[in-house]
Design a protein around this ligand. Structure first.
Ligand SMILES: [Mg+2]
Length: 372
């Protein structure tokens, strides 16, 4: 089996707004083999940057585009392809955008290999390690606390027992944040876990302010606090200790050393690698195992599309330390371009049964949003 075709897709909704929401555009890679199998992967990043990294012509030995590394290869050589992509982008990569673009190809290779073996990807990864997996409804925090009752009532009616509210209206002031947290806690009811994700909206706060904010969250019984510090501020992540509150982070990390630094710092309870950013499943599997060695739970980040959601679900089902799975409930028209067999029912996910990742591209739907 040889890869004979690599096609990239940039999808973008026509009405992109300024918001902390990476689901407004989408970068996909579809690989095709000589025996007609296809594999689909995604990178959650700037789509045009991703395409440039795939299509870049040969510059010199350690400065190349990914297409020339991948086309012509046997998908079964996935580990070797990963190493060769890393070597080919060494001069401008070793993390960041190059690792994100590699993620799209790696996910497509896993999808192909699962289909070729007639196995769901979590089985190729050694799963299932869990019988079922709790999903949490993931939403942007509204600006108005009054909006929370309806929004969280909807999630409860769907059967979710956990909800995360992030970015959006958070970060204007500590007092405004507390009003949102109190309204969320109240709207969620006593049975539902609530996570708070500061995203970039809290990164300007100093250490003492974050410590006080975290203590406030403890009073409201919040399940975890996500990304309280700037991702470069490893020292603060290592320093913060809040009894009664989990600290979660990792969606900004791409290189493995970033995860190692966070885990070795000892301040993290939940690590959140994104398979469409952190080197695909090939690298995320290692990150999950490294986290387990440190006694840290896994909760893969998955916001942008049903492709990364599928990859994250397969990773979780192969990982004994998986805690809970992000399940975006934020409406985006681009999700209609992906057919997916992976759906939460009453707030839970079953081990995926379909060969590969269990997602495919609806080309007709995608054509409506395709740009470039
Ligand atoms: Mg987040």
């Amino acid at each position: 089996m040889r890869i004979v075709e690599l096609e990239t897709f940039i999808l973008r909704r026509p009405d992109v707004i300024e918001a902390g929401d990476s689901s407004q555009d989408l970068f996909l890679v579809e690989l095709r083999t000589d025996d007609g199998l296809t594999g689909l992967g995604e990178a959650d990043s700037s789509p045009e940057v991703m395409r440039a990294i795939v299509e870049a012509p040969y510059s010199h030995e350690v400065c190349r585009g990914l297409r020339e590394v991948v086309v012509g290869r046997d998908p079964a050589d996935r580990e070797a392809v990963w190493r060769d992509m890393y070597a080919a982008t060494l001069f401008y990569g070793r993390g960041g955008a190059a690792m994100q673009a590699m993620s799209a190809i790696d996910l497509a290779l896993w999808d192909l290999l699962g289909k070729a073996a007639a196995q769901p990807v979590h089985r190729l990864l050694g799963g299932p390690a869990l019988d079922r997996l709790r999903a949490y409804s993931s939403l942007l925090m509204p600006h108005d606390p009054a909006a929370l009752a309806g929004l969280l009532g909807e999630q409860r009616a769907l059967g979710f027992s956990a909800v995360k509210l992030g970015w959006g209206g958070l970060g204007r002031s500590v007092a405004a944040d507390e009003r949102l947290v109190a309204a969320a806690r109240d709207a969620a009811g006593p049975e539902m876990d609530v996570m708070i994700d500061m995203g970039s909206h809290g990164w300007q706060r100093d250490f003492a302010a974050v410590e006080a904010f975290a203590a406030m969250l403890v009073r409201y019984g919040i399940f975890w606090l996500e990304e309280p510090f700037h991702p470069d501020d490893y020292a603060s992540y290592a320093r913060l200790r809040v009894p009664g509150l989990r600290i979660a982070t990792g969606e900004e990390e791409c290189a493995e050393w970033g995860f190692e630094t966070l885990l070795e710092g000892g301040g993290i309870d939940v690590i959140q690698p994104d398979p469409a950013r952190a080197g695909g499943l090939t690298r995320c599997r290692r990150i999950a195992e490294l986290a387990a060695d440190h006694g840290v739970a896994l909760a893969p980040h998955a916001w942008s599309s049903p492709v990364v959601r599928a990859a994250a679900v397969h990773l979780s089902f192969a990982s004994p330390n998986a805690l809970i799975q992000e399940y975006s409930r934020h409406p985006t028209p681009l999700s209609a371009t992906i057919r997916s067999t992976i759906e939460a029912r009453h707030g839970w996910l079953d081990p995926p049964a379909e060969p590969g990742l269990g997602v495919s591209l609806d080309r007709e739907a995608a054509a409506r949003y395709r740009v470039g």
